[in-house]
Design a protein around this ligand. Structure first.
Ligand code: FAD
Length: 306
């Protein structure tokens, strides 16, 4: 029986593991892909105290730091079911059952993709998903933001202050963002808004993005926009499909947590991109992971289990 079982091996899970192991308690990490989203990241320039690094390098450093403690790492294993109880249980896709006195859920999230030709080929070569992360790479250049919901309009406003021009592309006939954001967007002189437009292809020269095609849904014509970057902002999907019906999730599917990382199930804590905590960033996930782990330890010393 683990004292703390952490599900997820991204920045949040790794931080939780280090904080738990340093208490000298039995700690396990179950991860489908140790490292998480940072494995798919090129440059990281906003992890405070590290001026610049690369995603895979950061992931290796996470793993080495965790492995310097006595932590049972179960990699390439997917959690399938969480069973509440005084002793909590996690069943894996491979059929194993893990038992724990407390759990930290840190299964992260994934960006929804537009699924058009060029998107995958030019990922990190002009196709980006995180304005806080990659915005500065496009300083003075032309970009498009795909998606006219709150995150798309926020991204367009944010990027307009950095880049030379932003084209916002929305599939529906109107933007879906809050009125206050739309007013702000409309006041910016270097933003063009195109509605009723379906992005059909991200174009490039084989190395980098140089444009995109969209279909005007009113006329049916295909139009081209010349640019250097495309930010896809059509939603961040939390990895909580396996938890539906087990604990409280927000309407976006994020695990609801309080200020201590406590979920709706006693002894179960959560951290990082999978939770309702705003702003999905490595430095935030790491802090939340540490916090959830300390909360789990606090729970352990206040409870008896036999
Ligand atoms: P994740 O990193 O998503 O890790 C989740 C972990 O849970 C993984 O190990 C995964 O395999 C595992 N998992 C999921 N489901 C299950 C399951 N059912 N069972 C077992 N394990 C499971 N942030 C920055 O701060 N700076 C940047 O420059 C930056 N650039 C980015 C670039 C890209 C392309 C992307 C995609 C993201 C970027 N981010 C950046 C965001 C950052 O990567 C995330 O905020 C951070 O990784 C969140 O950490 P996490 O531990 O909460 O989740």
């Amino acid at each position: 029986v683990f004292d703390v079982l952490i599900v997820g091996g991204g920045p949040a899970g790794a931080a939780a593991a280090i904080y738990a192991a340093r208490k000298g308690i039995a700690t396990g990490v179950l991860a489908e892909r140790f490292g998480g989203q940072v494995l798919d990241t090129m440059a990281i320039e906003n992890f405070v105290s590290v001026q610049e690094t690369e995603g895979p390098k950061f992931a290796t450093a996470l793993e080495q730091h965790v492995k310097s403690y006595e932590v049972d790492i179960m990699n390439v294993q997917r959690a399938d079911t969480l069973i509440p109880g005084k002793i909590l249980q996690v069943k894996t896709a491979s059929g194993a059952t893990l038992k724990a006195k407390s759990i930290v859920l840190a299964t992260g999230a994934r960006w929804r993709e537009i699924n058009v030709p060029g998107e995958k080929e030019y990922r990190n070569q002009g196709v980006a998903y995180c304005p806080h992360c990659d915005g500065p790479l496009f300083k003075g250049k032309r970009v498009a933001v795909i998606g006219g919901g709150n995150s798309g309009v926020e991204a367009a406003i944010d990027l307009a202050g950095l880049v030379s021009h932003v084209t916002l592309i929305e599939f529906a006939a109107e933007l879906r963002a809050d009125a206050v954001l739309q007013r702000k967007l409309n006041s910016l002189r270097n933003v063009t808004i195109i509605t009723s437009a379906q992005t059909t292809e991200v174009l490039g020269d084989g190395k980098k993005v140089n444009g995109l095609n969209y279909k005007d849904l009113k006329s049916g014509t295909i139009n081209k926009v010349e640019l250097e970057g495309v930010f896809v902002q059509i939603g961040l999907v939390p990895n909580t499909e396996w938890l539906k019906g087990t604990l409280a999730l927000s309407r976006h599917g994020e695990i609801e947590v309080d200020a201590k990382g406590q979920t709706s199930i006693p002894g179960v804590f959560a951290a990082g991109d999978v939770t309702t905590t705003p702003f999905k960033q490595i430095v935030i996930a790491v802090g939340e992971g540490a916090k959830a782990s300390l909360s789990a330890f606090d729970y352990l010393i206040r409870n008896t289990f036999d």
